[in-house]
Design a protein around this ligand. Sequence first.
Ligand code: FE2
Length: 261
Amino acid sequence: MIDLHLHLLPGIDDGAASIKESREMLTAAHALGFRALVPTPHLMERLRPDDQWRIAAALAAVAAEATPLGMRIDLGYEVALTPDLPARLEANEPITLAGSRAILVELPVVGWPTYTESTLFALQAAGYRPLLAHPERYRAVQQDPTLALDLVARGIMLQVTFASFVGLFGKAAKRSAETLLRHGAIHILASDAHSAGHRLAAVEKARARVVKLAGEQETRAMTVDNPLALLADRPLPMQSPLLDSGRGGWRSRLRLAFSRP
Ligand SMILES: [Fe+2]
């Protein structure tokens, strides 16, 4: 498997606090079957040169630990979505996933900024591939899944956190993750691990739950094939059925899903 969203770099954000903790995360991720990781430090504002230097040093330290395990490490960011993001990318701010055209963006947990759709579509128009981090954990999506499904119908990709499927983020996030899964609206599953603890520990059980709900082939797409395609700037091997279904199509299926017990 490939993990495109985790906080692995020591002392960079609220993830691993030390190289010892990074090592524990690497060991746990390896045991779960991850062979490539893209650490994604939080980026709340423009990337400053001194941060870039610190992050490069942390990445090198982690890569030295990962190589003997046969694991590949690349750098990405979890970027707070702001209206100036298209301009920042235009100015070559190096904040995509492993230098690809894919960019992991996050929204506030509460609220749905008015510029969300317009900024995501502007990124697409500029040739980037926005991947929305953990939509199932946003209060707005929990209350109205159509916010996320509308984005998928327009070609925006969704990354859901494994642990949501086992209830680690509460019932609403679990329900929301399952709704998105039932609609084939999840492109990527990732750990969003900040330590070797709960979120990584939940991966195996969560993966089993996803296999039960969506089947082995789709699970493989969300954990191996789609992440690989994103990193290589290739089209996703498995596209969401929502993409071509038109608004009416998925809306009627959504009603069906909600009517299930
Ligand atoms: Fe994260």
